[in-house]
Write a protein that binds this ligand. Structure first.
Ligand code: IMP
Ligand code: MG
Length: 171
């Protein structure tokens, strides 16, 4: 049977993550850094469920092909609009797969001396990891299958689905 995470399951889990993050950041204002494009749906739901104030900024990075996967070369296509020095920064990503994208972004932002730097991912595929990277907050641990929906795409399609499903070869 194809893997599926329903809209209800996603909304319930996002609310739980928001609770946990709100507790950890109590009394602070957090800068949510969304990684375009996949994270925008998750970020929009998460920020509205947080009980603390937040600001939002976005980053876009190039995806690597099969060949570059081993080198971990990731390029910045769009940088943040604002500096993050002395800010409490939470990177928001749709999925942690090989870990190359997040470990690159993490080191890049760390160099800018934020007061704190953490990561939240909606989905984690630990079996696909190439570099050692652990997110501070994880929505769902998922099997190593290709997933679409809730921001995740296949050739830019399916981002609009309110649920997440395994992309099946015969539709
Ligand atoms: P990583 O650098 O391999 O961890 O890559 C993470 C990025 O790969 C995500 O931000 C997604 O854009 C993409 N990705 C990884 N797995 C999937 C998937 O199952 N569906 C859609 N995109 C994926
Ligand atoms: Mg992405």
């Amino acid at each position: 049977m194809a893997f599926l995470i329903t809209e209800e399951q996603i909304q319930r889990r996002v609310a739980e993550l928001a609770e946990e993050i709100s507790r950890d950041y109590e009394g602070k204002e957090v800068i949510l850094v969304g990684v375009l494009k996949g994270a925008f749906v998750f970020l929009a739901d998460l920020m509205r469920k947080l009980k603390i104030p937040s600001r939002v900024d976005f980053l876009a990075v190039s995806s690597y092909g099969k060949f570059t996967e081993s080198t971990g070369q990731v390029k910045i296509l769009k940088d943040l609009d604002y500096p993050i020095e002395n800010e409490d920064v939470l990177i928001v990503e749709d999925i942690l797969d090989t870990g190359l994208t997040l470990s690159y972004i993490y080191s890049l932002l760390k160099e800018r001396n934020p007061r704190s730097l953490k990561t939240v991912v909606l989905l984690d595929k630990p079996e696909k990891r190439v570099v050692d990277f652990k997110a501070d907050y994880v929505g769902f641990v998922v099997p190593p299958v290709f997933l679409v929906g809730y921001g995740l795409d296949a050739g830019e399609r399916f981002r609009y689905l309110p649920y997440i499903k395994e992309l099946e070869e015969n539709g």
